[in-house]
Design a protein around this ligand. Sequence first.
Ligand code: SF4
Length: 584
Amino acid sequence: MQCPRLFFYKTILGLRTPPSEATLRGTLAHYAFERIFDHPVGERGVDTALGYVDAAWKVVVDPLCERANVAPDSFESRLRDAEERYRESHTPGSPGEKRLLEEAESARALVPDDRLEGFLETARSVVRGWYSMENPEKFTPAERELYVRAEVGPATVHGFIDRFDAIPGACGTAHHYVSDYKGLALDTPLATPSGWTTMGRVKVGDLVIGTAGRPVRVTEKTPEQRLECFELVFDDHSRVTADAVHLWEVVAPVPGVYSTAEVSAMAQEANVYLPGCEPVRFDVANLAMPAREAGRLLGSREILSPFTPEYRTLLAVSRSSQEHRLELLTGLLEVSAPRFPDGVEVADEAVRDLVSEILVLAGLPVRAWVRDNGAFRTPLTLTEIERRASESDTIALRRLTSIRPTRSVTTACIGVDSPDHLYLAGRGLVPTHNTGKKPSPRFTDEAFFQLEVYALALAESRAVSTRQLRLIYTNEARKDGVLTRDVTPEILEKTREKIISVWDGIALADRAWHDANLRGDEAALEKAWVTKKQPLCDWCHFGPKHTNVCSAWNPSLAGMLPEEQELRLTSRPGGHVVDESASD
Ligand code: SF4
């Protein structure tokens, strides 16, 4: 509910937005999470759940398939049986049926046949991830896809709870849990003195690498969050995904420490530069052969086996000293020269990626690799290597070339004990700032707010007291991929107040819209449902990158939606339902 205009489009006008691959994947996985509990304990293995993924795809793309055409007792027939119950109200030619057919068409268009198997595999991996976090053999939910509805002050709230568990407590009373499945990852690579780790695995006390190329100790780590995320791409082709509140040290155009969201806004106006970093100083590793000789062999046009001494040397050099890196690159440059005088050439994709990593660790520029006649080529000169060896070269700043919203992932921040508060993140070793301020509660609270609304609805409509809310990040594939929040009377009271306050805002906007409509006041109509222009508009179905009908981006009234035109002069102020499922 961050953008009032988006609420107007989705909830008041009831406009549906087409699915994305992420929502489709979630739909398939949800079918598996739900239907696995139809099977008796002892028959709830992962293979059974995986069977529902392919079946769910068939149901999504062919929702009205004749039952006679489906093999009896197959996963698909079980799913269609269950779906039939939901679809009771969908009579032939009804709006419900039309919507199902539109969704099927969107899904087919989004995932064409040649990409289907790869897409289904990503949905299967979400299901496998869930099995490494929870074991459905050990519990049976009290309810699945539980519909709740309650009056909260002047508003009606309603929605579907993914899973409602009632676990018997010590004194005979049941403890209730409200769970929601999420599908995300926490995989930003971090360089350490002994190789790579990830933001998900790093712990307080571990060593990562600071901008001086030396180890710095992790002193704190924030809880994992699911926030709005951005992908940042730099002029050396390195990329990092960061959440909106992550901090960056900016050296130009306006030096200071800024959040990703602030950097995004700054980048709309000017080029943004981050500091460069010194070469990473790892200890000298034992090598299977001299680094320069390995470089010369790597530059031959042979595809390499990982068991050769030169390949093992390449791996060791990526964890070794600056001297070893520069020797290997020199050997590679020498042998590439007859074929490609201005850089290095390798035949193998794995070698290409490791050479890129060595260039980054050495503080040398990583330029685009071009595929030529089966080999991979990138520019590099001996002068650059020599200047880096003598350390007479200054470290280049990193220019941000693009920043855009991307798939939301679970993130965390760490604090380090380096004097400049910076550490290097991502395969491209991008300098990134210590966690210095708590992430905005707006982001974390939003994920839980929906569940708090459900807990309140359960309390109001069924006198059920919920003990805990659980966000299950199924892609995490780890026990700690489950975020929890205990429910207290204070939380429920705050939720009630928030719903009423949101409702008051909606009622005000709704009234202003209808009054303006009756007066025929176009300017006031436009202002009634406020637009909230933000980087995430790029993602919004109504924003500039999609239908471009939102007047924040398209001020022309010609962009007005047909549904909005129809609503004008035909409706009167009245109650609307706060539908959480439509606002997330
Ligand atoms: S494009 Fe932006 S301002 Fe317009 S409805 Fe979407 S989120 Fe709101």
